[in-house]
Design a binder for this molecule. Sequence first.
Ligand code: ZN
Length: 504
Amino acid sequence: MKERTGCRETALLAVLWLACMPVAARPASDEARTAAYFDRIAASPPQLRIFLQAMPKGADLHNHASGSVYAEDFLRWAAEQDYCIASDSHRIVRPPCVAPASVPARDLASKDYGAYSRAIDALSMRNASLPDFERFFASFDGFRALSSGDGSRLVAAARELAADDRVSYLELMTMPRSAQGLLDAAKAGGQDGNDFGALAAVLAPLLPAAIAEARAELDRYEATLAAAQGCTGAAAQPACTVEVRYQIPVPRHRPPAQAFAAMAFGFALVEADPRWVGVNIVGPEHHPLAQRDYALHMRMFAYLKQRHPTVPLSLHAGEQTLGLVAPRELRFHVRDAVMVAGAKRIGHGVDIAYESDAQALLQRMARERIAVEINLSSNAAILGVKGADHPLRLYREAGVPVVLASDDQGVLRSDMSNEYLRAAQEHGLRYADLKRIARDSIEYAFLPGASLWQGTVGGARVAACAAALSSPDAACERYLQGSEKARMQWRLEQQFERFEREPR
Ligand SMILES: [Zn+2]
């Protein structure tokens, strides 16, 4: 008893001593030291890069699996599979190679550096001197012969990049091959795209088999992936620690019946299998079909959401700018994604300042915690929107949650560390801002379960974990077992703790 009282007295004295110390003499917290170091190096991009490469980043919530792959990887896979490179377009094409129209991909790297280099340019935005949306979307045609095949390699590449960038969780957009049958059936049915009930009736008998096939396909991919990255053995690669979930990407530039079929497939798949966590809509938003059908697509989402209310939506919306499209198109895309479709997250949201009653829309997004996935390199390369012209600051000042994402890092020749670097350099974000973004990337992920945070992200933890320090106590452990989201948040907090303790 005597001893314990002594401890309490010592602790009390220590608190009084700290309270009486001049502020400057107090030992700074690891977080404050790290923030001060960031401020010291903020003017040096190379030093920032070293820092940001090592910084834990939580999640990349906006990542197209095929666009994540670098052209060098596609060319290597093309060589391994005896694919060919078209001599005129430099695209990857299936064998047989027929000179002079196409040459073996395996000859390129070793025998013809010029052709190899031109192929990398054709499969990506490398050496693009101006923003170029046509070239960006054409890059995907350059590697489609491979990216539409074995999806496990795409996921493996995305996980390796993520691990290298200290990203722990990915939501990858990729379409299972079994969806093609549904899209074909929808097209052949000839239904009016406005009669959702008739479309749903055509698809209903086909959905169970398509879902079962998609799940079996992912089982195979996951087994291949685990073997390739040694995830079950003693020498597991760092990529094995990256958690992956999937979103179904609905093509917005296809006929309405096909867009509906992809949506119906996505909603049903998310309900059937927890590895799929959301539905998205993708493709060039300025495409004439995408523009003509924008409002129709939002009504389709609303119709399906009524029938599957627990399925979350993250919708590409507002990836357009004045000059690219007519002003009327800039007025309602984010608005309808939020208000009609019920999106929980918005991808890009670049046109927000042009939307009707933008301030009210921003307030609603802030109030309802609808996060925006900010893709800085993508917006610069495709739309030419960057620096002060980018609405990142507008969103932050309005209190809308933002996360940083890679979009198509292979095509864009970027990575997540570079997205953080751009946010620091072009938008003046500091360590506390970036740490908040990393934390929000898990908070707004479509992982199931309650948050580790009571209210404000980074503020007070939920009661069960409030007392736990570096390792969870029994109550916290129980809480974490019940929530995938909280487990991932706990993991991120531990990563930050270690990162901030590193000597600088
Ligand atoms: Zn995207």
